[in-house]
Design a protein. Structure first.
Lengths: 112, 280
């Protein structure tokens, strides 16, 4: 096991901070990779932040309602051994899936 | 029909739909219809349903999903004519997408403007809808009500950037400021919607409805009154949440997943939380 502190990821859209709406995990919880950790609220929307690691939640670094800057410590996880443990913070929602690339559907306009 | 003879913005809008992780068609969900997700004004399928965890939760529940970017939004074309965005026109586009995908019947989940479309879809085409969830939505006509003004400013001199007042103004300003959005297309969309104010008559018949909204969502004010007009319709409210933050609410998501669970699936619910090590 190795401790990894997960930082508030880049939320896109030029957003520089977010506030914690609700924690979905507590210290001691076992989490899977990609499992939602926390709901955060930005000036534009609410998003869910998935865990980049499998492991055990060691510490939460912000209380519900607190505002965090992008890059500030969010949660520390005792990561399970494995390739995931080396993953760093990415852009929110970009924890890579194991799923194959999606098929794209783009409809043509109907004949007129 | 080649694309060059029909540039994206010259003909009817076309919808961008990128299936994501839709393979989970085993277990009790294998016979359920796919879930059609219709995002809110100024949002996209990814922002409304991807980043908020809805797609993953639905896939874990065994559902296939269809989540298009509506015309004027995301990667779909962005015409600037209001008549391309009337509720009837948008519903037509959605039906065309379902036809192209070969889906005769769906569950539909809409947020805000998408919920208005879900209502129209259920009311006008009950044969295509098994169940409908209308989230972040109420009977107040936020796009065309008093003070919102877009219908009256629909002429060529209408300012494209911020033509709205009232509760919708903040939604519009927030959406128009997002770097991926086209304010002129969004203004046209708002005018197209406002030209046909919502009426609760006729109500959808034969399609079970669930209304879901944050308790503090001013755009969903009066949803209980609306639901009372629809036989069998239910309302679920998320404590403390508003129009922006209700979309990630666990309370709403659990209620929606349960409502959409196929008959006989007793394990419905939100599976995005890891199972606790209870007894094993």
């Amino acid at each position: 096991m190795a401790e990894h502190t997960f930082l508030l990821p880049d939320l896109g859209e030029g957003l520089v901070e977010a506030s914690v709406l609700a924690w979905l995990v507590a210290p001691g919880d076992t989490v899977e990779r990609n499992q939602p950790l926390v709901e955060v609220e930005t000036a534009k929307s609410a998003v869910e932040i998935p865990s980049p690691h499998a492991g055990t939640v060691a510490r939460l670094h912000a209380a519900e309602g607190a505002t965090l800057a992008v890059g500030a410590p969010l949660v520390t996880i005792d990561a399970a051994a494995g390739p995931d443990a080396a993953a760093g913070p990415g852009i929110v929602g970009t924890v890579p899936d194991e799923e194959p690339p999606a098929r794209r559907v783009r409809l043509r306009p109907p004949p007129e | 029909m080649s694309e060059t003879s029909h540039p994206a913005d010259a003909g009817a809008p076309v919808l961008w739909h990128e299936p994501a992780g839709a393979a989970a068609a085993e277990g009790p969900g294998r016979d359920r219809p796919p879930v059609l997700l219709l995002h809110g004004f100024g949002s996209t399928a990814e922002l409304n349903w991807g980043r908020t965890g809805w797609l993953r939760a639905l896939h874990l529940a065994g559902a296939r999903t269809i989540a298009p970017d509506l015309p004027g939004h995301g990667r779909s074309p962005r015409p600037h004519a209001a008549d391309r965005y009337t509720p009837a026109r948008l519903v037509e586009e959605v039906l065309r997408l379902l036809d192209a995908l070969g889906e005769p019947r769906v569950d539909v989940l809409g947020y805000s403007m998408g919920a208005r479309l879900a209502w129209e879809l259920a009311a006008g085409h009950p044969d295509r809808v098994r169940r409908a969830v209308l989230a972040g939505f109420g009977p107040a006509d936020v796009l065309g009500g008093p003070g919102s003004g877009p219908a009256r400013q629909a002429g060529p001199t209408a300012p494209a950037d911020d033509p709205f007042e009232g509760p919708f103004a903040e939604v519009f300003r927030t959406a128009a400021a997002l770097p991926h959005n086209d304010p002129a297309a969004l203004a046209a969309c708002a005018r197209g919607q406002a030209a046909h104010p919502f009426t609760a008559d006729p109500v959808p018949e034969g399609v079970p409805l669930l209304f879901a909204a944050g308790e503090r969502d001013s755009l969903a004010a009066g949803v209980e009154t609306l639901a009372a007009r629809v036989p069998g319709a239910r309302v679920v409210r998320a404590p403390g949440r508003d129009h922006r933050t209700a979309v990630t609410s666990r309370e709403l998501r659990s209620a929606v997943l349960e409502f959409l669970a196929p008959p006989g699936d007793v394990t419905h619910g939100d599976r995005t939380r890891a199972a606790r090590p209870a007894g094993r």
